[in-house]
Design a protein around this ligand. Sequence first.
Ligand code: ATP
Ligand code: MG
Length: 419
Amino acid sequence: MIQAPRGTRDVLPAESYRWQFLEDKMRKAAALAGYREVRTPVFEHTELFLRGVGDTTDIVQKEMYTFKDKGDRSITLKPEGTAGAARCFLESNLYADALPCKMYYLDAPIFRYENPQSGRLREHHQFGLECFGAKEATADAELILLAFHLLEELGIKNLSVRINSIGCPKCRPAYHQTLKDYLAGRIDQLCDSCKERFERNPLRALDCKEKRCQELTKDAPSMLDLLCDECRDHFEALKSCLDGAGIPYSVDSRIVRGLDYYTKTVFELVTATKDGNLTVCGGGRYDNLVEQIGGPSLPAVGFGMGLERVLMLLDSEGIVLPRPNQYDIFITYMGQNRGAAFRTVQDLRAQGIKADMDHCGRSLKAQFKYANKTGAPLSGTIGDDEAAQNALKIKNMATGEEKTVPAAEAPGVIRNMIG
Ligand code: ATP
Ligand code: MG
C-alpha cells in the first residue's frame, strides 16, 4: 500500500473542524489589526531563498526541497513564508501604496527536510503576519501582542514571550567579533554545525539545540550590551509598549532565530509542556530583506505561527474545541418512501438545515443505529402515514421525545428542538 511521505500528516474529515476553528480565530485576530490575507505560490525560484533566507542558515543548507522543473529552472517548495510575501510585495509594487502594508497568510504549507518527530514535520502549516514599511517599535509590539492574545484566548497557559535584539549591520559586526573572540578558545568543543558557521554566523551557537553548545555559551557576551543607539532606543521602545500592555515577557539574549534576515527585534512565544519547551511562534524585524531581494530599503516586521504546534498545545492542555454536528437531523424511511425522504432532505437543506438520509440500502433499524453514530440530535421518520400526509415524525435522539408535524412546519420545529 502507498503511504503518505514521512513527516506529512493528513487532516481527516472528523478533525478538520479543529483547523477551521483556529483559522476563524486567526482571521479575526489579523483583521482586527488591519492585516489582510495574501496568497502566494507554494513554490518559488530557489534564488529567492538563497538571497532572502541566507545561505548560512540550516534551512538553506540542509532543509530545502529543491528540484529542477522540466524547463531546467531551480525551484524550491517554500521553507518559510516571509520571503515569498516580500517577493510579492515587491513584484506588485505594493511599496508605492500608503504604508505600512499589512498582510497575513493562513495555512501556508511550509516544507523543510527535517528529522520528523513530535511537533516537527516535513510539511507543516503556518499562520504568518508581515508588516512592510513600519519602522517604529509599536509595529513589533502589536505583532507580539496579537500572537499572545490569540493563544491566550484559545486557552493556552504557561505562555512565555521571549524577546531580544540582534542589532543591525551597524552594530552587529562588532558583536560578531566579540562573540568570536569568546568562542575561539572553545571552538573544538562546539558541535559540527556551530564549527561550520563560526566564521559567517557565530550567533547561531547561542540558540544551538546541542547541550554542550548551550553550556559553552552560557556566559557568552550579550548583543544587548553592544547595541548602537538606534537599536537600543528601538528595543527600549518595544519593552515600554509591552510593559504598558501588561503581558509577561522576558528578555533572553540567547534568542537569535534561524534566519539571516532578522535585524533588531527577534521574539518567540514558548510554552512549557510535559515534554519540554515548545516554540509555537517566532518572528522579528527584517529591515534589510526587501532590499536584499532587489527592492528599496524598507523596514518590516513579522511572525510565523505553526498550526500543528498550536493544535498540539490544545491537546496537551486538554482544551476541547466546539465540535459542530455533522447533521441537525437524519431522515429515516421505509424503502417505498425513499423518494419522499429524498425530497424532504433537499427541502430541509434549502432551508439551511443540515440533513441527510440513508444512501446504503439499510433497514429502518440500521438507519436509526447509523443516525445515532453520526451524532445527529434529531431523526425524522417518513413511514407510509407521514408520506401520505406529507408530514415528518421528528424525534429527539437523546430524550426520545417525538412530534409529527406537517412538512412545511418542519424547519421551524427542528430549529426549536435543536435550540
Ligand atoms: P524550531 O526552533 O522549533 O525549529 P524555527 O525557529 O525553525 O522553530 P520558524 O522558522 O520561526 O521556526 O517557524 C515559525 C513556527 O513554525 C515555529 O515557531 C513553529 O511553530 C512552526 N514550525 C517550524 N518548523 C516546524 C516543523 N518542522 N514542524 C512543525 N512546525 C514547525
Ligand atoms: Mg527549525
